[in-house]
Ligand binder design. Structure first.
Ligand code: SF4
Ligand code: SF4
Ligand code: SF4
Length: 283
């Protein structure tokens, strides 16, 4: 008797065509080295129908794996250092944009952070339901993190270095919230208006901006049969250690209070955002 539910949990998803499975391979942050691409191509050529599909969460799916070939495919993946994704009530593949790895707008190293979180949150495999994390390197928000249960966005706490400023006005025109106020002898920042977008840092021709890079956390988004935009409840975080504490605490909350089958947003809405904020701040 074939246990399709178990196969699905381990990344082999039954297709509508009887006897065939789509293998979903975990690709953290959407980056895959060329040797692994070659290995995946081999799996698709030998055991699939020669095609792969890129999923909406940056994984690679290989369709038309016959049941009889699943063990051989598992072996090929292990040799290549790849693994199928875990489905079911668990932390799903962490998605990320390019960030500072290659993008000149990037404020944080989303790729390194995705790998770090993927390695450090692995024990989170018994949650009430699926939980998605997405990382985006700056306010351009290419990854649209508000649709994730937990989203991380690169940010910047600006500090102006007057001595280099030539008063060109580029930073003021580019500031989305008009937080930069022109003045003599130098401009000032209205921190109540600043949204930490980093545009001033990225566009100044004279490197006049010092300050701190950091990460802004958004909680409770989802984008499936219901759509909810996530909340940003806390100021920008500048230490990785604190960031990890906040993420772990969020997962603790979900694990502790979530009902089976309930999405994170539903758990927090049922118990109140105030309770959630308090729970995070206690850490
Ligand atoms: S979100 Fe920012 S850092 Fe990431 S790819 Fe887009 S522009 Fe680059
Ligand atoms: S970080 Fe963004 S919002 Fe803040 S002052 Fe610079 S440009 Fe304006
Ligand atoms: S962009 Fe740089 S040089 Fe130009 S006004 Fe702003 S801080 Fe000064």
């Amino acid at each position: 008797m074939i246990d399709c539910a178990e196969l699905k949990k381990s990344g082999f998803i039954p297709q509508r065509q009887n006897g065939y499975f789509c293998l979903r391979v975990k690709i953290t942050g959407g980056y895959v080295v060329s040797q692994n691409l070659a290995a995946l191509s081999e799996v698709a050529r030998i055991y699939g129908n020669g095609e792969v599909h890129l999923t909406s969460r940056q994984n690679i799916e290989i369709p038309f794996i016959a049941l009889v070939n699943i063990e051989n495919v598992r072996e090929m993946l292990t040799k290549a250092g790849l693994s199928p994704i875990t489905l079911g009530p668990s932390l799903r593949n962490i998605t990320a944009c390019q960030g500072t790895a290659t993008c000149k707008n990037g404020l944080i190293d989303t790729q390194q952070l995705a790998k770090y979180l993927s390695e450090n949150l692995t024990e989170r495999n018994v949650l009430p339901y699926k939980f998605r994390i997405g990382l985006t390197g700056c306010h351009n928000n290419c990854l649209k993190i508000e649709k994730n249960d937990l989203g991380l966005k690169g940010g910047f706490i600006p500090e102006h270095r007057h001595e280099h400023c030539i008063n060109c006005g580029i930073c003021q025109r580019g500031c989305p919230t008009r937080a930069i106020i022109p003045g003599s002898p130098s401009l000032t920042i209205d921190s109540s208006k600043c949204v930490n977008c980093g545009s001033c840092l990225n566009h100044c021709p004279n490197e006049c901006w010092a300050g701190q890079l950091g990460t802004v956390i958004f909680f409770g988004g989802r984008f499936d049969n219901q759509v909810q935009t996530s909340h940003n409840c806390f100021p920008i975080i500048t230490e990785d250690k604190k960031l990890l504490i906040a993420i772990n605490r969020c997962l603790d909350f979900y694990q502790k209070f979530g009902y089976k089958g309930e999405r994170f947003n539903q758990t927090v809405t049922r118990l109140s955002w105030a309770k959630f904020d308090q729970f995070i701040l206690e850490a």
